[in-house]
Design a protein around this ligand. Structure first.
Ligand code: FAD
Length: 306
């Protein structure tokens, strides 16, 4: 929906139409919701080959639609799937791709995108000279438009490009993910680092995350030590997150950690060392023992939030 919102803004600025694409199970219902959220029209494909995500059939379909309909701009979320599809399609179309975009504006009829470089140390403004311009946008960097039940439009149904015997990848099963809140979607993240001292040290981190209805993150040091599963890792070699509130507990703020969280809207750091790099990045730096601060915060938020 964030891509639909940005697409609407760009389409208005370029006097173009915004077309939403929905592939896979329930695509037609999603396509109708995309219309309510701002698309002018939509294209849906519910072929059985698209039910479980695989890059070959998704990319083949997007490449075909893009070749036929010649859009100026293609947008997806910078999710694992979005990046997978757009990389493959960019090769097919011989188009440039701007990944992990955190801001976008129009400049001379082209989209000028802002994206982090050097692990987030700098941000660069970049334009792709190719047509189409392809952008993947960072989760939560753009607002998601709300649905307006009064909006509607045409949903065109199309067939798949590849048949099952042309697809090399087969989905053989699924494993349930641990944890209930997706890190990249979370509005609030409480993260623990080496400073929590062990698996048990994550208890107050989890408690605060629970009270705030947020997700639990971690530094690589905590993951490498085996205190918490890799899926919680934030950073260059973990997840890139952009929550409204990021609370870093016992994390020094190495550049590789910052790469995954520095675009968080409000950063709170709890660290005994005032000179830790995270303290400069944080809007609120608490120079205290995390084992004293976290229970106090949890108790106070419980009172306020009921
Ligand atoms: P430390 O740097 O050891 O910091 C622990 C902090 O806890 C210290 O600042 C200390 O003052 C504080 N502390 C200790 N006890 C307490 C207490 N009781 N109360 C309050 N504060 C306390 N790291 C990532 O996080 N994510 C990545 O994706 C990532 N990718 C990497 C990729 C590469 C190629 C490389 C080389 C490194 C990567 N790293 C990554 C590792 C990164 O460089 C750091 O080593 C790591 O982030 C450090 O984790 P930390 O902050 O938890 O530990």
């Amino acid at each position: 929906w964030e891509a639909v919102g940005l697409g609407r803004t760009l389409a208005d600025g370029m006097s173009q139409k915004l077309v939403a694409l929905a592939f896979g199970k329930n695509a037609a219902a999603l396509a109708r919701e995309a219309l309510q959220r701002g698309a002018d029209s939509a294209i849906a494909c519910e072929d059985a080959t698209l039910t479980d995500f695989r890059v070959e059939p998704y990319a083949a379909l997007l490449s075909k639609l893009a070749s036929e309909r010649k859009p100026d701009v293609i947008l997806t979320g910078a999710t694992t799937r979005g990046r997978d599809i757009m990389g493959a399609v960019a090769v097919d179309l011989e188009a440039g791709i701007l990944s992990d975009v955190i801001n976008a504006e129009l400049s001379g009829g082209k989209v000028m995108a802002t994206r982090p470089v050097y692990a987030g140390k700098l941000t660069a403004k970049v334009v792709s000279e190719s047509t189409p311009q392809m952008l993947t946008i960072r989760n939560r960097a753009f607002p998601a438009p709300t649905a307006d039940a009064g909006r509607s439009g045409e949903v065109e149904s199309v067939g798949a490009v590849l048949s099952e015997d042309q697809i090399a990848t087969k989905v053989t099963g699924f494993e349930a993910a641990q944890g209930t809140v997706s890190l990249t979607d979370a509005a609030i993240i409480v993260s623990g680092g080496r400073g929590v001292g062990g698996s048990d040290g994550f208890a107050p981190v989890r408690e605060l995350a629970g009270v705030l209805n947020g997700a639990v993150g971690a530094s690589r040091a905590a993951v490498d030590a085996g205190w918490i599963a890799y899926e919680h890792q934030v950073g260059q070699t973990g997840k890139t997150v952009s929550p409204d509130l990021y609370i870093a507990c016992g994390i020094s703020g190495a550049i590789q950690h910052q790469a995954g969280m520095r675009t968080s809207k409000v950063i709170v750091a709890i660290n005994k060392d005032i000179d830790a790099p995270i303290m400069k990045l944080a809007r609120y730096a608490i120079t205290e023992d995390l084992f004293a601060v976290l229970p106090a915060l949890s108790a106070e938020f419980k009172k306020k939030l009921g």
